[in-house]
Design a protein around this ligand. Structure first.
Ligand code: ZN
Length: 211
């Protein structure tokens, strides 16, 4: 088993501003990562193709991201994944099984439907899906203002004691993340970490469920 792994993960893409820049940085540094995508717009299919062609893992975040809809029932959540799985297969010929819950499996935004996360997480593997949370939150969606602060926030959380799953966001104009990404990679390499894409056989990293 490879030790000291970093899985870079990018949620909420693709889009024409951030995705190509992330892909260029990854390519330049010869690092493979994981993209938890939403339903791509037709005009952005080429971005999803590029993710696949460049050796990254195409993974699922959901056909849509609206918390007040997707957690209304177990069935609706399953459909939100199934629809995206079919769409991505049609688009790029990849049958995705790796997923991430919008808000993570520990989310409280689904509280309007008590117990729904408990019910979904019990059943999701029987539907043929894997799910991954994260144990390093970059903070790019939590109001971190500078690339410097984001870089410091990520590297202080990295650990040799367990695999590191780093949460970042591939939404448009995420300049704070873009400005830190290459430095994070260079730091990780220097410290002896290996960067890998998540696959269906990667050991899942889960939060504890709160709903
Ligand atoms: Zn998201």
């Amino acid at each position: 088993k490879i030790k000291h792994i970093i899985y870079l993960t990018f949620d909420d893409g693709p889009n024409r501003y951030t995705t190509p820049k992330v892909l260029n940085i990854l390519k330049r540094n010869q690092v493979k990562a994981t993209f938890f995508e939403l339903k791509p717009a037709k005009k952005d299919y080429d971005l999803t193709r590029r993710v696949v062609n460049e050796g990254h893992t195409l993974a699922m975040h959901g056909f849509q991201h609206k918390y007040d809809i997707i957690y209304r029932s177990v069935k609706i959540y399953k459909e939100n994944l199934d629809k995206l799985q079919e769409r991505l297969f049609k688009m790029v010929g990849v049958w995705c099984t790796v997923s991430r819950f919008p808000g993570g499996s520990s989310n409280m935004v689904s509280k309007y439907n008590p117990g729904v996360m408990t019910r979904i997480t019990k059943r999701i593997h029987s539907w043929g899906y894997h799910y991954f949370d994260w144990n390093v939150a970059s903070g790019d969606s939590d109001g971190i203002k500078t690339s410097d602060a984001l870089y410091r926030n990520v590297v202080k959380q990295l650990s040799w004691e367990h695999d590191n799953v780093v949460l970042m966001h591939d939404y448009t104009h995420n300049d704070v993340m873009l400005g830190a990404l290459e430095r994070i990679i260079k730091y990780g390499k220097k410290k002896g970490y290996t960067f890998l894409p998540i696959t269906a056989s990667t050991e899942e990293v889960h939060h504890s469920v709160n709903n």
